[in-house]
Design a protein around this ligand. Structure first.
Ligand SMILES: [Zn+2]
Ligand SMILES: [Zn+2]
Length: 416
């Protein structure tokens, strides 16, 4: 019997390669750019479904608790205030900040809810050896929405808000705060627990083993962007993935143009995001606006140096570094530069990893404004700068998603 060796193409550099040995609990890395090609988890495959299902149910219970109770209870001058996460979203919505309300809702409630219910829909029947209808499409949605779930960033935002609030009031953490912390850990465990290749094999048995079949030489092979199934492309360099139904392209279509447009839009909005106030405080008849920079300076000069450093990195360094890297990648790819392709690919991965952390400022502003509303004494509102800043964060995340890192390596190959 002929034994076929699995083949795959690297999602970051496009190199076609064989996986001759899969370590039991390790990761296989690309031999050219060191991207992780396959990862196998420590849990035994037959136990894996049951294990992940238990974690998903736990996470859903924690998500319900986190949203049912106020995040913190604030007592300022005898005025007691508390707000749930949904209360914060409602605050933004009723104050004409629909974009921010949508963004906060999507990243903290909507995305985790869709991610967890989607996994429950797939894993519960699988546990009883059944495949639910539309399982590949649902799993595809789960994988797309997962990148928009930002609970770990929200957790940092809550901690920063608690420290800031405790300077002006007595703050008591509630059950929802602990529940959020646990939820963050359980979701990280779920992401680490799911053996994606095994799950795809179970929900789409027809396509199982396709990575080990023999392809004629000269056929253009590529992996699906979503489920990573290897497939041959048509003469037009496109196909529809037989496993998750996503459109598969040789390279992301119009990658450079889309990425350039998004980066320019983000750069334009970066100016009002830094010049306009992100938070407006009205106290004793005086109204004062705080920009991102003045907020950080205020914290630094008032003895909250660790907090000032966190916000400086998340709100000033991260968006700036991200824009600089994206410009560097766009320019070098446009001129087909041969300069350090591996390092440029690593820079691309860095932009994907750090982008979400800028959301901290949005969460802090929202929580502070939703909590501190004592008419006649002190009222905090979210400033219009926060809307521009939120748009910068979203646009840079979309720009990084639009960029195809394989273009870095295409320039190298054509020159040879
Ligand atoms: Zn690679
Ligand atoms: Zn696919």
């Amino acid at each position: 019997m002929t034994q076929y060796i699995p083949v795959t193409t690297c999602h970051d550099c496009g190199l076609l390669q064989q996986i001759s040995h899969m370590p039991e609990d390790g990761a296989v890395k690309c031999c050219r750019c060191a991207a992780t090609l396959r990862k196998r988890e420590r849990v035994k495959p037959e136990k894996s479904i049951e294990h992940t299902l238990a974690l998903v149910i736990t996470a859903l219970v924690l998500l319900a608790i986190s949203n049912a109770f106020p995040i913190v209870q604030v007592d300022a001058e005898g005025h007691e205030m508390a707000s749930t996460l949904f209360g914060c979203v409602k605050y933004l919505f009723t104050h004409d900040m629909v974009f921010l309300a949508g963004l906060v809702f999507l990243t903290t409630i909507g995305a985790p809810l869709i991610q967890l219910t989607g996994l429950l829909y797939i894993l519960l029947p699988l546990n009883f050896k059944r495949i639910p209808p539309f399982a590949p499409q649902i799993y595809r949605l789960v994988r797309i929405i997962t990148s928009w779930s930002m609970l770990e960033v929200l957790m940092l935002g809550i901690l920063v808000s608690v420290v800031k609030l405790s300077a002006m009031a007595t703050v008591a953490p509630s059950i929802a705060l602990w529940s959020f912390a646990l939820l963050m850990i359980v979701i990280a465990a779920i992401l680490n627990d799911v053996d994606k290749e095994m799950l795809w094999g179970l929900i789409s048995p027809d396509t199982k083993g396709r990575d080990t079949q023999q392809y004629k030489s000269g056929v253009q092979l590529t992996n699906c962007h979503n489920c990573h199934l290897i497939q041959a492309l048509s003469a037009e360099h496109t196909s529809s993935c037989p496993r998750c139904m996503a459109d598969v392209h040789w390279r992301k279509p119009d990658s450079l143009n889309r990425c350039t447009a998004l980066v320019i839009a983000a750069t334009v909005l970066y100016i009002p995001a830094n010049l306009l106030p992100v938070m407006v405080v009205s106290s004793m008849g005086k109204t004062e606006g705080d920009t991102i920079i003045s907020g950080v300076m205020y914290l630094a000069t008032n003895g909250d140096l660790p907090l000032a450093i966190i916000l400086f990195i998340a709100s000033i360094c991260v968006p700036t570094i991200k824009l600089v890297i994206l410009y560097l990648l766009l320019i070098t790819v446009h001129f087909k530069s041969q300069w350090r392709p591996k390092e440029r690919t690593q820079l691309y991965r860095l932009t994907e990893f750090i982008g979400r952390w800028s959301m901290v400022d949005i969460y802090v502003d929202t929580l502070m404004a939703a909590m501190i509303q004592i008419q006649g004494l002190i009222v905090i509102e979210v400033g219009v700068g926060a809307v521009a800043f939120g748009a910068v964060v979203v646009l840079t995340i979309l720009a990084a998603k639009a960029f195809d890192p394989r273009l870095i390596w295409d320039g190298m190959e054509k020159e040879k």
